[in-house]
Structure formats: C-alpha cells, structure tokens
Design a protein around this ligand. Sequence first.
Ligand code: EPZ
Length: 444
Amino acid sequence: MNKKESFVIQGLSGEKTLNGSVYINGAKNAALKAMAASILFEGKVILENMPDTNDVDTMANILSGLGAKISKNTNPNGRGCIFEINTDTINSTDIDKILAQGMRASIVLTGPLLSRFGSVSFPSPGGCVIGNRPIDLFVNGYKKMGAKDIIDNDVYKFTAKNGLNGTNIFFNIQTVGGTETLMMAGVLAHGTTILKNCAMEPEIVSIAEWLNSCGAHIDGIGTTTMIIHGTSGKLLKPKNKYFTLPDRIEAGSYLLLGAICADNIEIKNCVPSHLEAVTNLLIESGVPINVIGESTIKISNNSKIKNSSLKSFNVRTHEYPGFPTDLQSQVVSFLTQVSGESMIFETIFEGRFKFAEDLIRLGANITIMNSREILIKGPSSLSALPDDELLFAHDIRAGFAIVMAALIGKGQFKVSNVHLIDRGYEKLEQRLSSLGANIVRIND
Ligand code: EPZ
C-alpha cells in the first residue's frame, strides 16, 4: 500500500487561467481486462499504450502471484507503459485475497482462469466504495456454464474439471465486468455462449476485437447480444499486440475541469465520439468546445465566458452511450459553478454521493435528496477548509472531482488519500502543473 500522501492545491478563485494540452492515456478499464485476457493465450502477449497507474500494477502483481511471467517497460514517448505477459507458467488459480480486495477488476480474472485451468478461487472483490458491488451475475453465469461452486468463509471456489460449457445467459442488469468476464469464459468453452443484455462500453468492444484478431470467434460485438463460439480449450495465439484505446473517462475528466478552469485547453489522443453524452451537454450549457479531427477536443477563448453565464442541466447516468457514471462526480463539481438548478440521477451505483457532502462543506449549494438523487443550485463559491478539517479522495473519480473543486475555489486546499486518485489517473499533479495549476504532492 502506498504511503499516505496528499495534494496541496492553490485555488484559482474562479479564474480560468489554465492553458495547454493534455495527452490522454490508455483506458484503465480496458487495460486491466486485456491483462486478464492474456490468460486465454498460449505464449507471450504484448500490451501497448497501457496507463502507468496503481491498478495496472496491482493486476500485474496478482498475475505474477499466480505464476505468470510479466515484464513492464515505459513507453518510448514517456507516457504510459508496455507489458509483456506469458501466462503459460501459471501454477495456481487462487487469486490473492488482499490484492483482489483492493480492486474490483480482479474479478475479471476468474472467467479466463476457470475456463483455461478448470478451477478458480477468489474473494468478494473490493475496489471503489461506491455502493454494494455484488457478484451474483458472475456466480450464476459460471453455474450455468457447468461449474461447481463451494463457498467457504468469504472465498468463492469454482471448479470445471472438463472446462466450461456454452449456454444462454441473460444479464438482469447490464454489467461491464460481467459482460467482459463471461465473454472471456465463453472463448475457451465447449460450444456456443449467448450473452444477452450485455454492456456495450468501448472498452468491451476493444478487447473483443483484439481477441477475434487472435483466433476467438465473437459475434455481436458492440451490441447487447454477443454470441461466443468456444474453442473447446484451444488457446488463442498472440498474433496481434493489444493497443489500449484512449481513456474516455480520463478525457472527460480533463474536459470538465478545463471547461471551468481553463482559457485554452486541448484534450489530445482521445476519441471524441466516445464522449458525445458529455460534450453535447457542455456545448448546450455554453462551453466553447470544438472537436478537431479524429482525436482532439479543444476549448478556446474560455476565460472571457463567466462560469455564472453557463446554463445548468440535468444528468441521468446511464450505461454507454449514455452519460457515464464515472464522470458523475466531476460534472457535479462543474455544475456548482453554473447558474440555475441541476438534478443528478445516479442510476448505476447507490453510494456515489459521498464527495457531495465535501462539496457542501466547501460552500456548494447541494441538497442530497436520497442515495441516487441530488439537487445542485449554482453558482456558489467554494472556499478552503480550516487547516484542521480534512478533505479526502473517497474513490478514483470523486478524488478527481475534489481536485476540480479545489482548483475552482479560493484559498489553499489539502486533499488526502491521493493513492486512490493514482489508481486511475497517471501523474495527475504533473499534468495539472503543466497546465499552470499550483498543485504539489506531499507526504502526510
Ligand atoms: C465497471 O465496474 C468499471 N470498473 C467502473 O469504473 C464503472 O463505474 C462501471 O463499470 C459502470 O460503468 C472497471 O471496469 C474496472 P458493473 P463494474 O458490473 O464492472 C451491478 C472506475 O472509476 N452488478 O457494470 O464493477 C452493480 O452493483 C470504476 O473506473 C450486480 O448487481 O460495474 C452496478 O449497480 C468505478 N451484480 C451495476 O451492476 C453483479 O454481479 C453495474 O455494475 C455485477 C454488477
């Protein structure tokens, strides 16, 4: 676990003085799944444009603990890293409890491990505390594919001595991790697996297309029904490297921050079409956004537009292509600065408003209606807390939202628990400093 560190941030007092470009890294929520999918391959897979974040290191540590051979190198361009992973040497399928409980994505390992090695044991995975994060859709899916389960204490054990069998699964809830994991389990299964009510996030499409380019046979990619024709245990060949697609959540985070704190900012190496749910709302609100070419979103001459002249709007989080729940915290910080009332309806997780209580302490006018709805009245000015009152990053995305609030506000802010932010944002303080922000990392 990282030593306790904090960010100390000088607020911009409502001024829009940040300027520059941000290069978007590979998507955390694709990179982690590509690492899990390496189990489906014979020989060494190469994963490029990976984000150099704590979660990626955690996933590497879990895989090494199972016996996989892993090497990590930095990207020649200095951003992100390259992984080489060979899982032929895996000699255990008991996922490390402590590491798994630090990261929800560890559960994605269970599908490939069970389908390749016929056994897996894992704890209820941890990760961001944003609500109850059950795994019933995984457990029911494995049982339907013929796996036998034993639950002792809080460790789940599944066996499938002769491999998994294709079956029909309807997800009661669209689940990103469930779709990815059971898709991967189906790749090596005997027969055909039909998954219905699948999530359609770009990260899922990216992984599925890579698997198909290496010998998998997945139909319906990017739709709510995927049909996976299993190889009956025949491993994939690493015919193609995996190149991690740009992180739409990182791009959206910097876009929302730039909309409220920057004069001119370019979000480079992103996929604008993955962010339409966000850019549409911001443009309607009055933010001067332009999409430039295939991979850049630009905000220009923004300092002459007062945040209080921007219009409020309602947000209902929704599975892709709707407004992503992972940008909900950040858009709340944005909406505290625009004029009017905004309702936020968080449909995916029921525990994602803890950070709103912190925004209220800073001076935001927010009413928490219930665990899924808040009402924001803007604009409100945000001020630093007295030195003895702490501000925490509650989870990856709430941590970015609190940093946004500090940059918007007046005074000097100290944000603790930044190791949670490091799980999903590479070198945040360096990248904000390069835009002109006054932010430093200190040891607590
Ligand atoms: C992924 O989590 C992301 N994490 C999350 O991002 C993201 O918020 C979430 O998808 C939704 O987009 C990774 O990809 C590592 P779900 P996941 O299964 O797969 C319920 C971040 O900050 N559910 O799509 O765990 C669940 O409780 C993180 O990068 C069940 O009921 O999310 C939730 O209400 C935070 N039973 C809903 O489905 C299950 O077995 C959607 O969750 C599984 C899920």
